[in-house]
Design a binder for this molecule. Structure first.
Ligand SMILES: [Zn+2]
Length: 170
C-alpha cells in the first residue's frame, strides 16, 4: 500500500500535519488516497473532518489495529508537529468513541486504552509493561450469557486478562 503522505514527500516524522492540512482543506479527490478515505470515514460517522480530527484519525487508523492511551497519542501528535493540547486529544478520542470509530478499554488501573478494533474481542494486559494487545478468541471462553439486572440489557462483555512476565530462574 502506498503511503499518500510519503508520495507527497512527507514522512511521519517530519510533517504529517502539513500534508493533512493541505488535503483536508482542498477539495482534491485522489482515488485510493488514504487521507481522503479518512475524511470520508469521519463524515460518514457524522463528524466534521477538522484538521485536528484528521491528524489524530491519521495517527490512529493509517496503520493496523492499535491500542493507545490519550497520552501516547498526544506524544505522537507532538512528534508529528501538531500543536494540539492533551485536552483536545481527550475530546477527540471521546468523540471518536461516541461515533463508534474506536472503543475504550478501561484497565481498572486508572488507565484507559483506546482500541481501533471495534469488534467484540478480549485483551491481554501486561502489567508493568504498559502494553495491551488482542487476546485470541480461544483465550477467553465465556460460558453462558451474562445476566443483566432488571431494566438493563447486556451490550457487550470485555475481558482484560492481566499478565505478568514469568521470571526465569537463573
Ligand atoms: Zn483490541
Amino acid at each position: 500500500m502506498t503511503d499518500p503522505l510519503a508520495a507527497l514527500g512527507y514522512n511521519a516524522r517530519t510533517d504529517v500535519y502539513g500534508a493533512i492540512k493541505r488535503l483536508a482543506s482542498s477539495g482534491e479527490t485522489q482515488s485510493g488516497c488514504l487521507v481522503q478515505k479518512l475524511k470520508a470515514r469521519l463524515i460518514e460517522a457524522g463528524l466534521r473532518p477538522t484538521q485536528q480530527r484528521m491528524l489524530l484519525g491519521w495517527l490512529l487508523f493509517s496503520r493496523s489495529h492499535r491500542h493507545v492511551s490519550a497520552e501516547d497519542l498526544y506524544d505522537e501528535a507532538t512528534r508529528a508537529r501538531a500543536h494540539l493540547s492533551l485536552a483536545t486529544v481527550y475530546n477527540t478520542l471521546r468523540q471518536f468513541s461516541e461515533a463508534s470509530l474506536i472503543r475504550q478499554v478501561p484497565t481498572g488501573g486508572g488507565k484507559t486504552y483506546f482500541d481501533t478494533n471495534v469488534g467484540e474481542h478480549h485483551h491481554y494486559l501486561a502489567e508493568g509493561e504498559d502494553r495491551m494487545w488482542d487476546a485470541p478468541a480461544e483465550a477467553v471462553e465465556i460460558a453462558g450469557k451474562p445476566v443483566a439486572p432488571p431494566g438493563y440489557e447486556v451490550v457487550g462483555v470485555d475481558v482484560v486478562v492481566r499478565l505478568r512476565r514469568i521470571e526465569a530462574d537463573s
